[in-house]
Design a protein around this ligand. Structure first.
Ligand code: GN1
Ligand code: MG
Length: 360
């Protein structure tokens, strides 16, 4: 993306700042994200939302703004500056839209960069896990009184296991021989896990688990921390929509308890960290235990396994589909991501067997 174009897009927003420089942030798998520094030193996150993945971008941006405004409204005593430095906030376009739309269906939106915040791809200490748990608990508490039916379903059936299985089954049918061959070992694992991996979906479908505002992409790199390991807030609310707490608890555990990055090729480095699991769960429950039902609490461990599995399944599906969904850096990137997730499940199951205090 050249500087002139990016500057023009940045200038379409009502931030009252002047562009100085930018850098691209390469952490997401779907959108294009840029850090913009302005002449006053204020920074912004400018993002092109992938309209092939997100079919209703105005609806998506509206979801994000509704939730952000709702959260901000809970802190009437904070100054504007304090809000900018501790909550996810957005800047409108000069034409008053919440996004900027250019040709080819390209949509951009912009957030205030939270000063002195950092993210973690891999968790290196227990405190981050604990603080991460508190952040999810806070998010749940702050959105408890928000009517989730006001939110559009940005990606229908996003974490629906039956839907993901169907996509996976059809990817097998159309896969290239060579890719299918490389995926065989994992196809076998998926077959064997089918029943257990539908337990949460069935409970949801039977109405036994309450629908709440869910973040739906709680990987740890979507939480901001201070340099001394205190949680600030969760970011990347693109997928905020109705869902169950297990999606958010499980997806966070998937990344917090992996001793390696999500796409680490050397899967001998992938191990499930029970200590971090307990720290995350402790932080989460300290904040929100009273707001959860018995059935929600009971299925937290299964949520962890299910969310690791669904991501493995989605990476595998995309590999079999010739990488049409996730960005990739090399041909077998999605296969490596899938292998990594399946190894994490194996380690999760082993550790759990030896771990008496998890009620599973
Ligand atoms: C995608 O683009 P990113 O990194 O925010 C994906 C999530 C996956 C994640 C895996 C809309 O999120 O569901 O957990 O990759 N988002 C979408 O890292 O599919
Ligand atoms: Mg995301």
């Amino acid at each position: 993306m050249n500087t002139t174009t990016l500057k023009t897009i940045f200038d379409a927003f009502d931030h009252k700042s002047k562009y100085l420089k930018h850098s691209e942030l390469n952490t997401g798998h779907i959108n294009d994200t840029f850090l913009i520094t302005t002449t006053t030193g204020c920074k912004y996150i400018l993002q092109r939302i992938n309209h092939h993945v997100f079919k209703d971008v105005p609806g998506l941006v509206n979801n994000k703004i509704l939730i952000s405004n709702h959260i901000v409204s809970k802190f009437p005593n904070l100054s504007k500056k304090e809000i900018r430095n501790s909550k996810l906030t957005f800047v409108k376009a000069i034409n008053k839209d919440s996004y900027y739309h250019i040709h080819d269906g390209q949509f951009w939106n912009i957030m205030v960069f939270i000063e002195n915040s950092i993210t973690h791809e891999v968790v290196k200490n227990k405190e981050i896990a604990y603080e991460g748990g508190k952040l999810l608990g806070e998010f749940l508490n702050l959105t408890l009184d928000f009517d989730s039916s006001q939110l559009i379903e940005v990606i229908p059936n996003f974490h629906d296991m039956s839907f993901r299985y169907k996509q996976y089954t059809s990817s097998i049918q159309s896969a290239a021989k060579e890719r299918l061959q490389k995926a065989l070992e994992y196809i076998d694992i998926v077959d064997k896990s089918k029943e257990e991996m539908h337990i949460l979906q069935n409970l949801k479908d039977e109405g036994k688990i309450p629908t709440r505002v869910a973040h739906n992409d709680t990987k740890i790199s979507n939480s901001l921390f201070t340099k001394d390991n205190k949680g600030i807030c969760m970011i990347d609310t693109d997928t905020v929509m109705p869902g169950i707490i297990h999606y958010d608890f499980g997806d966070a555990i998937r990344t917090i308890c992996n001793s390696a990055a999500e796409d680490e090729k050397d899967i001998s480095k992938v191990e499930f960290n029970i200590e971090y699991y307990n720290a995350y769960k402790k932080g989460f429950l300290e904040k929100t235990e009273d707001n959860l039902t018995e059935i929600e609490l009971k299925y937290l461990p299964l949520a962890a396994k299910t969310m690791i599995f669904i991501m493995g399944l989605r990476f595998l599906t995309d590999y079999l589909n010739n990488d049409i969904y996730y960005k990739r850096d090399y041909p077998d990137h999605n296969l490596d991501r899938a292998k990594n997730q399946f190894k994490l499940i194996e380690s999760f199951s082993e550790k759990l067997l030896n771990f008496s205090t998890i009620n599973y």
